[in-house]
Design a protein around this ligand. Structure first.
Ligand SMILES: Cc1cc2nc3c(=O)[nH]c(=O)nc-3n(C[C@H](O)[C@H](O)[C@H](O)COP(=O)(O)O)c2cc1C
Length: 351
């Protein structure tokens, strides 16, 4: 209520990207204030044992995490965790630093509860991110690292570019994500074709498997894939022994500004892709659902449909700083109301 007022009266009047950078800076500052960070973490992070989920050997305090794209440079993961997210996916990080697309490149669609972005993987590169990820952490936080292709690297050299990022970042990640689904790097989504995806995932998996703790590997897909192509990626992921799939990224199916659309309009397609993946792969892969998640009902629905983990970004923009904490508390109540011992028992119940 309070946040809605602040959002409508103040925040929405400012440039969306300026507000974004301010938020990242505030959370990075929070990460440097040990006492406040711990206090917030104690108050807001999921603490109910019934919300704990394990996936690919990693323990998550709750199922809802922050999707990639907010903390592109791994600058403030601890601050995000202190607000109640069960994990943080940093990135997309590319092997080489790059500025991204010209501004403006981030647009709010307030009435639709949506956002369009064409950021274009603006980030300081894998080496700079690795330096940040090496810092010791004051509060526990599960950090996934999402990697993508450097814009100037041609498609024919894409595998080597991803491999370079994986070498630098896989040892520092709780899980690694190959992003082949962002619409704002020309040609990137072509890499979802099995003929190109197979060599790419095979090469990155070799790096991920070779780290001291074997880093789990997932692939993130677009909602705009045809159903048969979703099936083909699912089959490939199972065949190669990947740990999971993140579905979905933003959609280009809209008629607003050029870029990827996220938030409420993405909800139904994202759920549809999740259901398809579950039907195809059963429990052979960990499914991570992202796209249009706004409240506890949405998260619960994704879990019942087969997601072990759920991610949100746009819902947080409109829901405010306490969004994740509120949803986790709602999930605790939901688990009890259904007489379950653990939220893990709800995964795939309606699949
Ligand atoms: C501003 C913005 C930037 C994003 N950047 C990335 C990115 O760098 N890498 C990525 O894999 N997904 C990125 N995404 C997509 C989100 O991770 C997520 O998949 C998508 O927004 C759907 O979730 P949502 O509806 O909860 O926002 C971005 C989304 C937004 C809104």
């Amino acid at each position: 209520m309070m946040y809605r007022l602040v959002f409508m009266q103040v925040l929405r009047r400012f440039d969306a990207e300026a507000v974004h950078h301010l938020t990242v800076s505030a959370l990075a500052l929070l990460a440097r204030l040990p006492l406040l960070k711990r206090l917030l973490h104690r108050a807001l992070a999921p603490r109910d044992p019934a919300l704990r989920v394990s996936a690919f050997g990693v323990h998550f305090p709750g199922p809802l995490g922050l999707a990639a794209g907010f903390d592109k440079d791994a600058a403030c993961a601890e601050g995000i965790a202190a607000l109640g997210f069960g994990h943080v996916e940093v990135g997309t990080i590319t092997a080489h630093a790059q500025p991204g697309n010209p501004r403006p490149r981030l647009f709010r669609l307030v009435r639709e509860r949506a956002v369009i972005n064409r950021m274009g993987f603006n980030n300081a590169g894998a080496v700079a991110a690795a330096r940040r990820l090496r810092r010791t952490r004051g509060v526990p936080v599960v950090v996934g690292v999402n990697i993508g292709k450097t814009k100037v690297v041609p498609e024919s050299e894409a595998v080597a570019d991803y491999v370079a990022s994986a070498r630098t970042l896989a040892p520092l990640a709780d899980y690694l994500v190959v992003n082949v689904s962002s619409p704002n790097t020309p040609g990137l989504r072509n890499l979802q074709a099995v003929s190109l995806l197979r060599p790419l995932l095979t090469a990155v998996k070799e790096i991920a498997d070779g780290t001291p703790r074997r880093t789990p590997l997932l692939v993130k897909i677009a909602p705009d894939l045809a159903d048969e192509d979703v099936d083909a990626v699912a089959d490939l992921a199972v065949e190669l022994g990947l740990d999971g799939i993140i579905a979905t990224n933003t959609t280009i199916k809209h008629d607003g500004e050029t870029g990827g659309l996220s938030g409420r309009p993405l909800k139904s397609r994202s759920l549809e892709v999740l259901r398809r993946l579950r039907a195809k792969t059963g429990d052979r892969l960990t499914l991570v659902s992202a796209g249009g998640v706004e409240d506890v009902d949405d998260v619960w629905e994704r879990i019942l449909a087969g997601a072990t983990l759920v991610q949100g970004y746009t819902g947080w923009i409109y829901g405010g700083p306490l969004w994740a904490s509120r949803i986790h508390r709602g999930l605790s109540r939901r688990v009890r109301r259904h007489g379950l011992k653990s939220i893990a028992d709800a995964i795939g119940r309606t699949a």
